[in-house]
Design a protein around this ligand. Sequence first.
Ligand SMILES: C[S@@+](CC[C@H](N)C(=O)[O-])C[C@H]1O[C@@H](n2cnc3c(N)ncnc32)[C@H](O)[C@@H]1O
Length: 213
Amino acid sequence: MNSAKPDDQRGAYFENLYRQDADPWRVRQRWYEERKRALLLASLPQRRYRHAYEPGCGNGELTLELARRCDRVQAADLSAEALRLTRQRLLDAGQDAHVSLARHKLPQDWPRILPGADKFDLIVLSEIAYYLTPEELARVVEHSVASLAPGGSLVLCHWRAPFAQRIVSTVRVHAAFHDAPGLYRVLRHEETDFLLGIWSNDARSVAQREGFA
Ligand SMILES: C[S@@+](CC[C@H](N)C(=O)[O-])C[C@H]1O[C@@H](n2cnc3c(N)ncnc32)[C@H](O)[C@@H]1O
């Protein structure tokens, strides 16, 4: 009988996956993944960000691109092996100096923002939130709202089709953020394969922010 708690099993699942294969979803090879990252990056409402949080960073392919747009990035993952791969990816690209890596399990390890401390002006949840239970997802929504700096961007990107490890559907994940008080959707990109959404606590469009609309 397997006596491991479902939580431990989830952690072990990702750890084993990365130990067997440094790129289990082929994010470094597939045009699908490269194009999806390019769409996400092109959709960001700001050219530059001050401080990003990217939990579930995986092997660091998106982290590297975020590092090029942000003064500081806090990347995190449940898996120690994923963090090792991310560290190596950043080192190889010379983009490690302003990226800190931490082992975070959502929702409990979401960074505490002390009173007066800097909030994140970019939060990216890419292909992670459907692994959470509905209760965990609700906490992540709360943490996201509470730790988003004024005018900051909250980005969600998720594969749409069901798969064995998915707990909450992609439509429900994105709806949970859409329904959160104080968040306004500034972008929705929908394809057969994935949903990309960006929310902010500032309802203005990019043109409105730049002052010509
Ligand atoms: C499908 S990969 C996505 C990687 C990357 N964000 C991307 O879009 O390519 C999901 C990642 O989320 C991590 N993860 C899953 N559940 C997590 C949790 N509760 N807390 C932190 N990381 C988690 C896994 O270890 C894995 O690296």
